[in-house]
Design a protein around this ligand. Structure first.
Ligand SMILES: Cc1cc2nc3c(=O)[nH]c(=O)nc-3n(C[C@H](O)[C@H](O)[C@H](O)COP(=O)(O)O)c2cc1C
Length: 369
């Protein structure tokens, strides 16, 4: 088991050289139109040099109505292709064995009001924490957004991304359709589990119809929303059973939404002891009972001993976000004997008041946008 973290595995036909994943991390340093900035380009060169097996981009909006914050990266138009192509090409030069996937997303109701106070969502369920008052999507809106996801996946393949990840976790649009708390529809898009998963199912089927079976398409999904009336692990198990049959190649397990209380939040603070790590492991193990595809686990992975334990239990790969912000070279350090990331999970990188992807330990050198 000593080298388990450094053994390869497959997602569809894609061989991933080790078990480390850079979980999607929104860098919030795009150009105003969502295109790749010089800062993002530089950040990905560092990630590539760090030899992480699979790097997943921050969530990229597939349609302009799904933009969640000002300097988020986009994936909504071919005008963005040259910036992404340059980044993907440089990534491949620095780490030819690794893979890079684009995370495709739409904010739905979880959009900052200064971007759009009345965003579209499955149902008009206000999000008081952000002050957003969504409007219910029409049939036309739903078809248009499904089409945007499909076009974005086609774009990703054209750019040279090795795969795409559909962001179905953390309270964003796909999660809003899946969750009975935010999907109150009475039509074919809501009302029962089959209808609530229709939006995700149609996206997957549409992508497969356009790009065939061989291109890796994975999801990030909540084991639980940790919200009264929200998705529970039993619901996610049913979703997993369906989507793995229609073309999802792997699932990354996370949890919570913007509204979830801090102790169950996806980006939980204060992971100090090994017992606080891998905080969605219990849900992931339940999902393992029905999974026929690789499961990746996100949430508080910090120590090599815990990562190995997680793999031993049957999880295929570990996914880390904050540790790679402070140590993009963490995989190399682990290979040379380091036993734990120095990340303290203070989450300054997430809540920081400025737009830049940095660790609190580097804050003196930050340029404000
Ligand atoms: C700054 C920051 C930005 C994030 N952006 C995204 C994102 O765009 N998409 C996503 O699925 N998760 C995002 N996350 C969540 C991480 O992918 C991950 O699920 C979570 O931070 C737990 O992993 P960690 O304990 O290793 O940080 C973000 C986390 C941080 C800290």
């Amino acid at each position: 088991m000593a080298d388990a973290l450094f053994s390869s595995y497959r997602i569809n036909k894609n061989v991933i050289p080790n078990r480390f994943t850079r979980s999607a991390t929104a860098e919030r340093c795009a150009e105003e139109n969502g295109s790749v900035s010089e800062d993002l380009f530089v950040a990905y060169r560092k990630l590539a040099k760090g030899k992480i097996g699979l790097v997943i981009t921050g969530h990229c909006y597939v349609h302009t109505s799904g933009k969640t914050n000002r300097l988020q990266n986009g994936f909504y138009d071919d005008v963005l292709i040259p910036g992404w192509s340059r980044l993907v090409e440089a990534f491949g030069e620095d780490n030819p064995d690794a893979s890079i996937y684009a995370q495709l997303s739409h904010g739905g109701r979880q959009i900052l009001p200064e971007i759009n106070p009345n965003p579209i969502a499955p149902s008009a369920v206000p999000l008081e924490k952000l002050g957003s008052k969504p409007v219910e999507m029409t049939e036309g809106d739903i078809s248009m957004i499904i089409e945007s996801y499909i076009k974005a996946a086609v774009r990703a393949r054209k750019i040279g991304f090795d795969g795409v990840q559909l962001h179905a976790a953390h309270g964003y649009l796909i999660n809003q359709f899946l969750s009975p708390r935010t999907n109150l529809r009475k039509d074919k898009w809501g009302g029962n589990p089959e209808n609530r998963m229709r939006f995700l199912v149609e996206i997957i089927k549409g992508i497969r119809a356009e790009i065939g079976r061989d291109y890796p398409v994975i999801v990030k999904i909540n084991g639980s929303d940790y919200m009264p009336g929200g998705l529970k692990v039993e619901d996610t198990a049913e979703i997993l059973k369906v989507i793995q049959e229609i073309g999802i190649d792997a699932a990354e397990i996370s949890g919570g939404t913007v509204e979830t209380d801090p102790k169950h939040h996806a980006i939980r603070k204060g992971v100090f002891k090994t017992s606080q790590e891998a905080y969605y492991l219990q849900e992931a193990l339940k999902l393992l009972e029905v999974a026929k595809i690789p499961l990746l686990l996100a949430g508080g992975l910090r120590s090599v001993s815990v990562m190995k334990e997680v793999l031993k239990k049957g999880i295929t790969a570990v996914s880390l976000s904050r540790p790679f912000i402070c140590e993009p070279d963490l995989v190399l350090k682990i290979k040379s004997g380091e036993i734990r990331s120095k990340c303290t999970s203070c989450s300054w990188c997430y809540g920081r008041p400025i737009n830049s992807i940095q660790c609190v330990s580097q804050k003196d050198s930050i340029v404000e946008y």
